[in-house]
Design a protein around this ligand. Structure first.
Ligand SMILES: [Cu+2]
Length: 217
C-alpha cells in the first residue's frame, strides 16, 4: 500500500497548479475524465462555496414517490456543488444516486460513504483532503485512479455487504463509493445498513459536498 500512497505525495501541489491554469482559461472545457481537472474544479469552485452551511441533503424530494427508490442528487448551482435528496431510506430498499451537474463546469463527483471520524469539517481539512491518509486520497486509491492515464479504473467500489453499508473510516480504508463523470448518470443499489444507521456521505472530489441519510426500519 505504501508505494501507492507515495506516488500521491505531489498531488496537492499539482492540484494547486492545475487550479491556477484552469482559472486562466475558465471557459475552456476540460477533458471529461481527467481527475486532475476535476480536483481543480473542486479547488476553484467548490471550496469557495457552501463552506459556511455544511448543509446535509435534507430536502425530501423522494417523499412524493414512496414506492420508488429514494434519491440523492449531485448538483451544481449558485450555492456551489452539493447533494440534495431524501433524508431517510428504508433498510433493504434501493437508494439511487443521480448526477445532475455538468462535468465541464464542476467535474465529476463521487457518492462515498464515510464515518464521522474521517469527514473533513473545516476549510483547512477540506484543503488537505488529498493528502496521504485522508479520505479524498484514500477514496481515489480505492477507485483505482491511474495517474498515468488519468482514468478511474473502478467507478464502483463495493465493500462490506452487497449494497450501501460500508463506510470508509480511519481504520477501514475502503467503503461503498460510486464515481460519476456524466451528467444524467445514475446508479442505485439497496441499502444493506441496519435500521437506525445514519449514513454519512461525501464527494471526494468536492470535499465540501457532504450529506447524511437515516436508515429506518
Ligand atoms: Cu463532487
Amino acid at each position: 500500500m505504501r508505494p501507492a500512497a507515495l506516488t500521491w505525495d505531489a498531488r496537492p501541489q499539482m492540484i494547486a497548479r492545475v487550479a491556477t491554469d484552469k482559472e486562466k482559461k475558465a471557459m475552456t472545457p476540460q477533458r471529461s475524465t481527467v481527475l486532475r481537472g476535476l480536483l481543480a474544479a473542486g479547488a476553484a469552485a467548490g471550496l469557495m462555496a457552501a463552506l459556511g452551511s455544511g448543509s446535509p441533503a435534507s430536502a425530501d424530494e423522494g417523499a412524493q414517490a414512496a414506492a420508488t427508490a429514494k434519491t440523492v442528487s449531485m448538483r451544481f448551482d449558485a450555492s456551489g456543488p452539493r447533494f440534495t435528496g431524501s433524508s431517510f431510506v428504508t433498510a433493504g430498499q434501493p437508494l439511487r444516486i443521480r448526477n445532475l451537474s455538468d462535468p465541464r463546469k464542476i467535474g465529476p463527483h463521487t457518492f462515498t460513504l464515510v464515518a464521522a471520524n474521517v469527514l473533513p469539517r473545516s476549510r483547512k481539512a477540506m484543503r488537505n483532503c488529498f493528502t496521504p491518509g485522508k479520505i479524498c486520497m484514500t477514496g481515489a486509491i480505492a477507485h483505482e485512479f491511474d495517474e498515468k492515464t488519468e482514468q478511474v479504473k473502478r467507478p464502483l467500489v463495493e465493500a462490506g455487504l452487497s449494497g450501501w453499508d460500508r463506510r470508509f473510516s480511519r481504520k477501514v480504508k475502503t467503503g461503498d463509493s460510486w464515481y460519476s463523470e456524466r451528467q444524467g448518470e445514475q446508479f442505485e443499489q439497496v441499502v444493506s445498513a441496519k435500521p437506525g444507521t445514519l449514513l454519512r456521505f461525501m464527494c471526494i472530489i468536492h470535499p465540501e459536498m457532504q450529506g447524511k441519510i437515516k436508515v429506518v426500519g
